[in-house]
Design a protein around this ligand. Structure first.
Ligand SMILES: Nc1nc2c(ncn2[C@@H]2O[C@H](COP(=O)(O)OP(=O)(O)O)[C@@H](O)[C@H]2O)c(=O)[nH]1
Ligand SMILES: [Mg+2]
Length: 288
């Protein structure tokens, strides 16, 4: 988006310029539908001779993008935050950044004085369990784990017990994300949910989908699959440091109408930032 200045030059935009703009939006992962939706009002203004410079184009785009992003800003939570522990289930395909995001999220909570328990319910590989263990030690959170290959629901059962008996403020559950066994995965995730809610009827309080922003519109497809199976409550987008194609964030907000709560901006412990629609929109248009 930072290049739209170069797209138009100093001249008043023409209809052909707006078509180039639409292509640029598609290239930035806004998706064809949303790109068209954003450019249509500009064509109308052009035909009314109400569009004479780049600043007006940029202001109109910013306004419409911000409106989409603001409409899914996190609502005032209906969760009774007094309930301990708050149980958060993290979902997403392999490599999307679940375990790293849990580590960073746990760091935020422990820094604020929270007592955090992590559940290693991705039992598919020993390395996945070790990775969560490492984060737990790094950020000062307890980790409940079983051997590789164990039943994830059994890990979660123990983790809920542990979180309650230790008076934890938060239980963060890491899950597997092997999509090639999609049906089994969804059944496994539903079972985890049942195990949690049998012990705590209102839990899991949040079902958070972790999406890799560099995977473009595939992220949208993934989110839909998980949303249908488990009913997501919010989204976290990772690896925004690794892409210039922030449009997918707008496309996801527009399509799924789910709040985006945080964004991942790196692999470090402090690289999880609250999602602020205004900041994000401004960042989209920083001239490059
Ligand atoms: N640059 C960058 N890398 C990330 C971010 N989040 C996760 N990663 C990296 O992405 C890879 C996969 O992350 P991981 O947490 O293991 O994904 P999981 O399979 O969903 O648990 C790891 O190399 C992480 O360090 C992020 O926000 N930015
Ligand atoms: Mg993992």
């Amino acid at each position: 988006m930072g290049q739209i200045g170069r797209l138009f030059g100093a001249n008043a935009p023409s209809a052909a310029d707006l078509e180039v703009l639409e292509e640029a939006l598609i290239a930035a992962d806004f998706g064809p539908t949303l790109a068209q939706q954003l450019v249509a009002p500009l064509h109308q203004r052009l035909s009314r001779h109400d569009l004479s410079n780049l600043d007006q184009v940029e202001a109109a785009l910013k306004h419409d993008i911000l409106a989409i992003l603001s409409s899914v800003a996190p609502p005032p939570s209906s969760i009774d935050r007094q309930t301990r522990p708050q149980v958060f289930l993290f979902l997403g395909i392999n490599g999307s950044g679940k375990t790293t995001t849990i580590g960073k999220f746990a760091h935020r909570l422990t820094s604020e004085g929270g007592r955090v328990v992590l559940a290693a319910a991705d039992t598919f590989r020993a390395a996945a369990i070790e990775q969560l263990g490492l984060w737990g030690r790094r950020v000062g959170a307890d980790v409940i784990c079983h051997q590789a290959g164990a039943d994830p629901s059994a890990v979660v059962f123990d983790a809920v017990q542990a979180a309650r008996s230790r008076g934890a403020s938060h239980l963060l559950i890491d899950t597997a994300g092997r999509l090639h066994t999609k049906r089994n995965l969804m059944e496994e995730l539903k079972k985890i949910q049942r195990v949690v809610s049998r012990q705590m009827p209102d839990a899991p309080h949040e079902r958070i989908m972790v999406l890799d922003a560099t995977s473009g519109l595939n992220a949208l497809v993934q989110a839909r699959t998980f949303h249908e199976a488990v009913g997501l409550t919010s989204l976290i987008l990772t690896k925004l440091d690794g892409t210039a194609k922030g449009g997918v964030v707008v496309a996801i907000a527009e399509q799924l109408k789910l709040p985006i709560t945080f964004v991942g901006l790196g692999e470090g412990v402090d690289d999880l930032q609250p999602f602020v629609p205004e900041t994000f929109t401004d960042a989209l248009f920083v001239r490059s």
